[in-house]
Each structure stands twice: as C-alpha cells, then as structure tokens.
Design a protein around this ligand. Structure first.
Ligand code: WT7
Length: 688
C-alpha cells in the first residue's frame, strides 16, 4: 500500500461521491448459452490446451504465441522488462514496422483481396473495396507526402481529425510506416477539443477532411480545423500544415477558407507522389505507435501511449482468438476508428491477420433501421461487432428488421458498456438468429485490447457478464483496503488486473506521475519492488465476480461517466458549463438511460441577479458542444437555487444523482444546507 500521505496528495484519484457503479441495478444470475458444434469445429481456439499454454506459470513467455503472429525485423531478447515499474516494456530488443505487418506482408498471398470495404452513406455512391495492393499504394503515396511535403519525421506526432473514410486508416498506416506517432481525434469532437489534443501532443501537422455524411447531411468538418489550430496556438503550439482531404475530389464541402501556406488539399499534391514507395522504418518494439486521448477525472485529457510490438501482438492475438478472425472472414466492427475499439479492432488487429475489415460512413439507423442488415447481406459479413447502445437503438426502431435479411453471423461482439441481459437476448435471438456466438469484451482505451471475455468455443456465454480474464490476463476484485473480494461472495469491488500484458499502455503522454497515481498507486504493495506482482493495475471499474469466475462489470467507480460507450469526465463537463458567464456552479451526475446505458444530467446555479431561462440552458448545451462535442450533450440541465454542499463547501453529487435516478439520496444530515435537497427533489422529480 502507498503511504497515507502519498494518498492525500493524489490529484487524479479523487474521493468520489457518486459513481456509475453505485447507480447500477442489481442483476440476478443468468443461465449459460452454449456455442454450436459448427462454431467449435472451425474456431481458432478450439483446443483447451491453449488454456494451459497461457497459464500463470507460463507468464510472460506465453505471449510469444501472440508475438509470433507478426513479422519481426529482429527478434526480441527480453519478453517482459520490469526494471522500471510500472513502465513495463514488452519484447525488448525486437524491431518491426506496424504498417509492414498490416499491409506489405500480405501482398505475396493476398494482393488483390480486400483489406477494407467502405460503405459510404449516400446509397447512390458505390461501395469501395480497397485491396491490399491498392492500400499498399495509397499508404506509400501518402507516407511520401507526409515525409517529403509536410516534413514529418520518425517520432513526430501527427494529429488526425478524420471521419469514417478510407483516408483515416490510410493516414494512420502512413504514419506508422514512417515511425511517426498518430493521434486520431474522434471526428465528432469539437474543434476546441481537437485543439487541446494537438497542443498536448505538440503536433505540427493536422490531417482533416472538408466534410462527411451523417444522417442525411453533408457536415462541414473543415471549420473545426480552424478552431483547433486557433485553440492550439493559444497554448503555444503552432500547426504548420493542415492537410485537407476532400470527400469528393475536386469539390469543396466547407465554408471555411483555405489559409494560404497552411492549408493544402491532399488531392492537389498527391499526384506528385504517384507510385512513390517509402521503405517502412524498422522501429523498436517499445516505440510508441499512437496516442489515444481519453477522459479522466481532471479536466486535462490523457494521451494514452500505445507501443508498436506489444500492442500489435496483443490486438492480433485477441482478434484471432476472441473475434475468431480467419483470413477468409468478412468482419464488420461498427465502432468509429476515432475510438480505441476502431484502432484495435477495425484497423490493427484485423489487418495484422490479413482479413477483410468493413467500415461505413453515417449511422446505423439512417435512412432506416434496416441499413446494417442490408450491408451485412450484401457484403457477406460473418463477424459482427457493436455496442449495447447500438443494439438498444436498433431494437427500438426496428425490432423485426434483421429477420428480413439473409445474412449469417458466426460470431458477434458487444463492447463498451454493460449490456442488460434482456438486450443481450435480443442480440442473440434476433440479430444473431440464434446461430452466432457472443463475446462480451470488457476493456479500456488504456488496455489496448480485451481483458475480460470467454473463449468463444471453449466456455459458455452468460448474458450480462464479460466472462473470466482473457488468455494470460488475471483479473481480481479488491475492496478499498486492498483485500481480495472472493468470487461468489456477491460483493462488489474494484476491478483490477494482477499482471501486465503486452497491450497495456506505456504511459500518459507527458504525465508520468498521473499514470502511476491513477492506475497503480492505489493497490501497489511496495513502491520499491521490481516484481510485477506488487503492481496490480486499477481499472476504475466496479465489478462483481460470480462463483464460476465470470465478471459482471457495474460501471465506473471514478468521476467518469460512460455515455453510449463514450467516456466523459465530470470535471470536463463542469468546466465546459462554467464557461457560460451566467453560471456560478455546476455538477454533472450519471443517470440510468434506457438507450444509452447512462446519460449526464447537469445541475447548475446562477450568479446573483441572473434569472433562470431556457436561454441559459441552451447556452450550457452550446458550451458543452463547443468545448467537447455533441456526444456530450446533457440529457437535462437543472437550474436550481443552490447545490447540496458539505460544511467544507464540497458539492455532493451523490445526493443529486439520487434525485435524478429516483433512488435513495442517503444521509443529508452533514450538509451545510440540507433544506435544498427537498426543494431540488420536488422540482426535478415533478419535471421528469
Ligand atoms: C470503459 C472504458 C473498450 C473500448 C470502448 C470503451 C466500460 C468497456 C465493457 C463491457 C461493461 C464495459 C468500462 C470501461 N466498458 N467494455 N464489455 N462491459 N463495461 O473504451 O472509452 O476507454 O471506456 O468502458 O466502464 O472502464 P473507453
């Protein structure tokens, strides 16, 4: 355990007054479902001997099985270096290039097989199949442009703010080819949010697009680049070049002017690099492949650093055994590449295995709820990967749609948030037609790949549970004092991992202390120890473990709210709200939401003399959209006369969450202003 004094100074592990896990409903035990004999017969992990190969006594050498899926320029001498805990290093001494592994090495056998199939939103635009050979060409040409026109060098950070178009994985792979670190920001994030991430990464190049389609509209995206560059400049970071792809070559879909000497249309410059080849840069296994920013408990986003050798091995291995990807499969993950799921399980994992990965523009329910199934039927998709929020939405708007289409999935994945057993059953019966195995994969931006999931052919499914730890990963639930909460006890605790694994992030970009404090300090047994056993990883999730070893994730136990599988920090929401001049105080709380799992409600008070109005709530919504993005829009904004506070003026979110969720508000006797609780309750619950 860390010393009590250390604990008091921790910046990023605050005392949480209310967490998602606390508002979770209590689920009962669910019956098992079993994979079909047909699935088992073809599964990549069909032989139980694999469990033995990955047993704890074979750790860490077991992960050679994953690393051997890749082509290495030089083999490693040390599988796991623990000399500087908890900065673990995997496959030290090894060298490889991630782009070579995802593209070049497949050319010999599969040059003209599709690497990506891209489905644009407008149904009159044709589907695009990008073969491995064509991907190779386009990645090389763009890598040449990055290097020779934009001046990108090995180790530089390059920020991408691209929507779901083929140019996104092309740009990622081009960076990887050069050994440059890509940092893709989800296109739905605002220009301001993108600018903060550019500044943190100190990127000199921003890659964006003029516009893209979403639910029938061609959105202006380039305007966000201007805001992003301005925001980065305020933080002392100068973006030298903005590379703008055009959604339709030769046409410009944005109102934003092109800034002379800074902004360049990629399709104007690319012809200079026609058929140009760039040698893949051989990178040390521990070099950083990319940054992926995620929300934490303070306002500043965390740039999670993922490695080249460990990460790529881990996503290749888990794609093979948990998504059951074979090279001949057609695999469709519904996520956006702007999130870790897309990086690991649309781009790097599937391509490392040389399969065909489908990506699409738009939304699942536009023009109608049959779209996913039409696409699945047309393309012959047989592995499908999505989130509980998407499943809930599709069920609501088109409960009988899947039956109308002739597609067959062998495996389906759910990821990103807890899935309610009845939603799981609809997924299984209706979308999966009772044929597909489901893997519920629990993991995080930080973890690179899956951590909790059952091997699909070797263990039964249990609705609502992610299963046991994955191969070579040993989870445990600790209570607040670091005592193990035993399986079958029915008690919830903090979900932790006892050992390092190759996909674990290397650190938080430029914030090494925050990395140690947030993820390792809480359960570290001895800060001097070089033994990984003394450094369990703290996930920030609450969970219960059943007697059979299966974990059920309850939600976050920190100041993070997971809305529709997207992580939002309460501090970020509150500081965005406080940019509205009329707002005096703000508190963000999680509420249960039928469609999105959880949603955010904001409670605000106004400065003296300001009267409540819908104008003010609109300003708050607008501020959150500007600072973070539309995905963060709160479900409700409650303007109240005062917020419940302790005598030391700490806002008690727990009480507000109790009101929002119609649950017990708990003890209010220690409040400085207990009388506001009834007043807020009456107003809010009446309005709901
Ligand atoms: C948080 C991580 C993992 C990629 C997408 C989200 C929640 C994730 C599950 C699951 C229950 C889940 C956790 C976790 N979560 N997967 N299968 N069952 N909860 O990545 O944005 O880093 O969020 O998502 O609360 O901590 P992320």
């Amino acid at each position: 355990m860390v010393a009590a004094d250390d604990r008091d100074t921790r910046a990023d592990v605050p005392e949480v007054e209310v967490s998602e896990a606390q508002i979770a409903v209590h689920w009962r035990e669910e019956p098992y479902y079993y994979p079909s004999a047909k699935f088992i017969a073809q599964a990549n992990a069909g032989d139980p001997a694999i469990l033995e190969r990955f047993s704890e006594q074979n750790f860490p050498e077991c992960f050679r099985v994953y690393a051997d899926l890749l082509s290495w320029d030089a083999y490693w001498h040390t599988t796991l270096d623990t000399s500087n805990p908890p900065f673990w290093k995997w496959f030290v001494g090894g060298r490889l290039n991630a782009c070579y592994n995802c593209v070049d090495r497949h050319l010999a056998a599969s040059a003209n097989k599709a690497a990506f199939i891209w489905v644009p939103e407008p149904e009159n635009e044709p589907t695009l199949a990008l073969t491995y050979q064509e991907l190779y060409r386009r990645v090389n040409e763009f890598a040449a442009l990055l290097r020779d026109f934009a001046g990108v060098k090995t180790g530089d950070r390059v920020t991408l703010h691209l929507p779901m178009v083929p140019e996104l994985p092309i740009a990622m792979l081009a960076c990887a080819r050069l050994g440059a670190i890509h940092s893709q920001v989800f296109a739905g994030f605002s220009g301001a949010a993108c600018g903060d991430r550019i500044a943190d990464a100190e990127s000199k190049v921003l890659i964006t697009m003029d516009g893209y389609y979403r639910a029938g509209d061609l959105l202006d995206h380039k305007v966000k680049a201007d805001e992003a560059v301005a925001r980065a400049a305020q933080q002392g970071c100068t973006v030298e070049k903005v590379l703008v792809f055009r959604r339709h070559a030769g046409q410009y879909a944005s109102k934003s002017p092109m800034v002379d000497g800074r902004d360049f249309f990629v399709d104007d410059i690319l012809p200079q690099f026609r058929n140009k080849l760039v040698a893949p840069v051989s990178m040390p296994a521990e070099s950083t492949l990319f940054l992926m920013y995620t929300s934490g408990t303070t306002g500043r986003p965390k740039g999670c650093q993922h490695s080249t050798g460990g990460y790529l091995s881990y996503v290749a291995g888990t794609s093979k055994y948990y998504l059951d990807i074979h090279p001949e499969d057609t695999y469709w993950c519904f996520a956006d590449i702007g999130w870790i799921t897309g990086h690991s399980y649309i781009v790097y994992g599937p391509l490392a295995l040389g399969t065909t990965s489908v990506m699409y523009e738009g939304t699942p329910t536009y023009p109608d709820a049959g779209r996913p199934w039409r696409i699945a039927e047309r393309l012959g998709v047989n592995i499908f990967h999505t989130s509980p929020t998407t499943i809930r939405m599709l069920r609501k708007v088109g409960p009988d749609e899947p039956a109308k289409y002739n597609y067959h999935f062998k495996l389906m994945t759910t990821v990103g948030e807890p899935i309610e057993p009845d939603v799981w059953r609809w997924y299984y019966d209706v979308i999966g037609k009772g044929e597909a195995v489901i893997t519920d994969t629990w993991w995080q931006t930080e973890t690179g790949g899956f951590l909790g999931c059952q091997l699909p052919a070797l263990a039964p499914m249990k609705p609502g549970s992610c299963g046991p730890g994955v191969l070579g990963v040993f989870p445990v639930i600790y209570d607040e004092n670091g005592e193990v909460v035993p399986p079958g006890s029915g008690r919830a605790g903090n979900m932790c991992i006892r050992n390092p694994w190759p996909g674990v992030f290397q650190g938080i970009w430029k914030q090494p202390e925050r990395f140690v404090q947030t993820y390792y300090a809480k359960y570290c047994r001895n800060p001097e120890s070089k033994d990984w056993r003394d450094w369990p990883y703290f996930s920030g999730d609450g969970a219960v473990q059943a007697a059979d070893g299966y974990f059920r994730i309850l939600g976050r136990v920190d100041d993070v709210i997971n809305v529709a599988g997207h992580r939002l920090g309460t501090k970020e929401l509150e500081s965005a709200t406080l940019t509205v001049p009329e707002i005096a105080e703000a508190a963000a709380v999680p509420v249960m939401d039928e469609l999105r799992g959880r949603a955010v409600e904001m409670y605000v008070t106004l400065k003296p003399g300001v009267a409540a109005s819908t104008e003010i709530t609109e300003k708050v919504t607008k501020a959150i959209e500007t600072e973070i993005g539309k995905i963060a829009r709160p479900k409700s904004i409650w303007i109240v006369s005062d917020l419940p506070k302790t005598r030391s003026a700490k806002i008690m979110r727990r009480i507000l969450a109790g009101i929002s969720n119609f649950t017990d508000v708990g003890d209010t006797t220690t409040l400085a202003n207990p009388e506001v609780v009834e007043e807020i309750r009456r107003a809010v619950q009446k309005a709901k």
